[in-house]
Unconditional design. Structure first.
Lengths: 580, 229
């Protein structure tokens, strides 16, 4: 029996016809993607504001009386949790995953559209529950995004009344949403590719999101387990994580619990989580570089292998977050080894990105600027990771600003550069308009230079020994004059970079209304999403006939071809390919 | 620790194996529609979706089990609060038997619906649901008998873990029962002469059966673990 792909089957795609079914209770992956993206960016702006409050305190202590130690830790915690999970994970997977996967695979929609729609609304619920903690008695939790017990639920930490409960509940709800979305992404990639689209012809954007989703499906359960057990410890007084403890002068009644168990569970999730953020960025940036340099990605197979290898290895490095936890030093040795091993496929990817640009026909378009910015900032952040991955070097650097500099560079700066590059790149497809170039370039340069101004000095501060998660440093000798000045300049830079993001928002709204109407394929890209009959694509994406794919996603500047790109769905002619 | 390592290794190996085969192709050389290019599995999307979901649930239970083992072996505070094993109530054996029967009934329903015998399929499907409900009732009775014995408090980790592990398993069964209920409703109202309708029902029953067998395996694993520690 001839195999009929899901995407080809005759099932009737119900076209939505009311405003509500088109834009609110929509099952169209493109609408869901925009819903995810909008909520993620909105809540990300809240977290950006929180970071400014933090910086005001660190840069200018004893100046702002409304920032107290109590709410400072709440800002720290909520900033971290929102950024990592509710912005980055939701935007890369829920936003870009939803938009790109069906289009790049040649499908009409995700394979489970109803569940896809539910996943967004459950995600929104998780955000609401999280934000509700700001308004609960005692405010949000101030336990740090890592939520370590016993402090997370012991009195003295902010938010132990309601904040921690709402946080844990919100995480559990998010995990449900992620599961529903994740099942869609994985199953659509496996089952709904159009004819001719083999796995090895998929663009790397899809590979990155696909492997990241698989990571999430295996890693989020660890967070769920930790959250459930911490919730039980808080609400009914079990002792999964709580040791015998004196709190405020009296015994808590717990005994026998293991805080280290929480750390293992959390980081077993936490490390794959950072790759859940990074891998889609790796995939997308490969496509940006390739398209705007008019050159095939260098070493496509190794890029795929590296994504898979990084994903698999990410499960065996978690305890490099626990070198100072008091665990067996031999474990530290093991995890340092695996951490250094995981640097190998990552480095291979960096070489391949650079080699893609080598002798390419580079067009410094707006997306290319951001993609290049990614390479610089990621190399920077990755190198500092090598320092931290070694146990001995990590001992003095752990919990200092060196670590903050490192993880912001690899998670906050470089993937965000990819996000902006991706938004400018796909803006014409999503909206039918071109984003304003001038505003975009100002946004880029302010952000690129500004984030260096913020995070470079932090490495110096870390080596000085400036600890993280401190409200103030007082009149101790910990911070020399140079450190105080560094903190002030970081704060000023942070304010400027935050303002620069407003330029981006202005650009988006301005261009939506007054932007130049876009060509259907303004970047002359090969991937399928640019070959839709309408721009923006309508419900069902492809019109009456699904595309058929004849080639891989990187036929740029093919020798002997008449144009410098060959779309994936363009049938082959009899032109002989020049030998490699 | 070892469990976590095991999961990680298995994950790595599975993904590696699945994909390293693909690396022999040279996608930049191939042109034209590659025949047999759908190297996806020929099962349907709902089946693939269920298997991916089951992989995730496996990960969940493995992490819970890992936490249990870690807590058992490295319990802090020796002496009075060293690991005190729970004396499992004997009703658990009955519950296990009920769940096995539920799986058997499911499998029977699956066989009957494939053979187009809707009436028998309906009966077995419903029996599976009832047996599962009895299993859940038995689990609750086990909890009540443990609580009534007065030997354990929430602080006893073995007891908390017992409740937690059985509750998580039970909740997954409840979720399955919701799906089963909806499928059963469709089965009773179905126009059984319509082949498309029957084939859709068959898919639902197949998916439910896979899920039930999976949860039975999970239960057998948990049961063995709880009894032996």
């Amino acid at each position: 029996m001839a195999y009929v792909a899901i995407a080809d089957r005759d099932h009737h795609l119900h076209d939505p016809d009311t405003f509500v079914t088109k834009y609110i209770w929509s099952q169209d992956h493109k609408v869901i993607a925009i819903q995810y993206g909008s909520v993620a960016i909105l809540v990300g702006l809240v977290a950006l504001g929180l970071s400014l409050l933090m910086r005001l305190q660190i840069g200018f202590p004893e100046t702002f009386s409304f920032i107290t130690p109590y709410n400072y830790y709440q800002f720290v915690t909520m900033h971290g949790m929102i950024m990592v999970i509710y912005l980055l994970t939701a935007l890369f997977l829920g936003g870009f995953g939803n938009y790109l996967i069906p289009l790049m695979c040649g499908a009409r929609d995700m394979v489970f559209p109803y569940m896809n729609m539910l996943s967004f609304w459950v995600y929104l619920l998780s955000v609401i529950v999280l934000i509700a903690s700001f308004f609960a008695p005692g405010g949000p939790t101030g336990a740090g995004w890592t939520l370590y017990p016993p402090q997370a639920i012991a009195e003295g930490t902010p938010g132990t009344d309601w904040g921690i409960i709402l946080m844990l509940a919100s995480l559990a709800i998010f995990i449900v949403a992620f599961t529903m979305g994740g099942l869609n992404y994985v199953t659509t990639v496996l089952q709904a590719r159009c004819r001719g689209m083999t796995l090895m012809r998929m663009p790397l954007s899809v590979w990155g999101i696909f492997v990241a989703t698989i990571l999430g499906l295996f890693a989020f359960p660890a967070l769920l387990v930790a959250a459930i057990m911490l919730m039980l410890d808080r609400v009914i007084g079990t002792s999964f994580f709580m040791p015998a403890l004196l709190s405020m002068g009296s015994e808590t009644g717990n005994d026998g619990g293991s805080p280290i168990l929480f750390q293992h569970l959390f980081w077993f999730f936490g490390h794959p989580e950072v790759y859940i953020v990074a891998l889609p960025a790796f995939g997308i940036v490969s496509d940006l570089l390739s398209t705007h340099a008019r050159k095939n990605i260098f070493g496509y197979r190794m890029m795929v292998w590296s994504i898979v290898a990084i994903g698999a290895l990410s499960f065996v490095v978690w305890a490099h977050h626990m070198y100072v936890s008091g665990m067996n030093p031999y474990f530290g040795f093991f995890f340092a080894t695996t951490t250094l091993i995981i640097a190998v496929p990552t480095a291979i990817k960096v070489y391949n990105w650079v080699l893609t640009l080598w002798r390419g026909d580079i067009h410094f378009t707006l997306p290319m600027l951001w993609a290049t910015g990614f390479i610089f900032t990621f190399v920077h952040g990755g190198l500092t990771g090598l320092f931290l991955g070694n146990v001995t070097v990590d001992l003095p650097l752990s919990d200092t600003y060196f670590v903050i500099g490192h993880f912001h560079m690899v998670m906050g700066v470089s993937p965000v550069m990819v996000l902006f590059g991706a938004i400018y790149h796909w803006f014409p497809k999503i909206t039918g308009k071109m984003a304003n170039e001038t505003l975009g370039r100002i946004h880029f340069w302010m952000t690129f230079l500004g984030t260096y101004a913020i995070y470079l000095p932090m490495h110096y501060l870390g080596i000085l020994g400036m600890p993280r998660r401190y409200y103030a440093y007082g009149n101790t000798e910990v911070l020399p004059e140079s450190g105080v000045i560094a903190n002030q300049s970081i704060t000023i830079a942070a304010i400027i970079v935050a303002l620069a993001q407003m330029i981006f928002l202005i650009n988006v709204f301005y261009s939506l209304r007054k932007g130049k109407t876009a060509d259907p394929n303004p970047w002359r890209a090969t991937t399928l999403e640019w070959q839709t009959p309408e721009t923006p694509p309508k419900h069902g994406n492809w019109g009456p006939k699904l595309p058929v794919v004849y080639r891989w996603a990187y036929d740029y500047s093919v020798p002997g071809a008449s144009r410098d790109f060959l779309p994936q769905n363009e049938p082959p002619r009899d032109e002989a390919r020049a030998p490699a | 620790m070892l469990t976590a390592l095991l999961i990680a290794m298995l994950t790595g190996i599975t993904i590696w194996w699945l994909l390293v085969q693909r690396l022999k192709v040279k996608p930049w050389l191939e042109q034209g529609v590659v025949s047999g290019s759908q190297d996806s599995l020929t099962s349907s999307a709902p089946k693939v979706g269920l298997w991916v979901f089951l992989a995730m649930v496996t990960s969940l239970f493995l992490v819970f089990i890992g936490a249990y083992i870690m807590r058992k072996d490295h319990g802090h505070g020796g002496g009075m609060h060293a690991w005190m094993p729970v004396d499992e109530p004997s009703v658990l054996w009955l519950n296990t038997a009920l769940l096995v029967l539920a799986s058997v009934a499911m499998q029977h329903a699956r066989g009957r619906i494939t053979a187009n015998d809707i009436v028998a399929a309906r009966r077995s499907f419903a029996a599976a649901g009832v047996l599962t409900l009895l299993f859940l009732a038995g689990q609750v009775s086990a909890w009540m008998s443990l609580s009534a014995s007065g030997l354990y408090t929430v602080e006893t980790p073995a007891y908390s873990f017992f409740i937690l592990l059985t509750a998580v398993h039970g909740l997954h069964l409840v979720g399955g029962l919701v799906v089963l209920g909806r499928a059963a409703r469709r089965m009773w109202r179905a126009d059984t002469s319509n082949a498309v309708v029957v084939s859709r029902l068959a898919t639902s029953v197949q998916l439910c059966t896979t899920y039930w067998h999976f949860l039975l395996l999970v239960w057998l694993g948990l049961f063995w673990l709880l009894m032996s520690t």
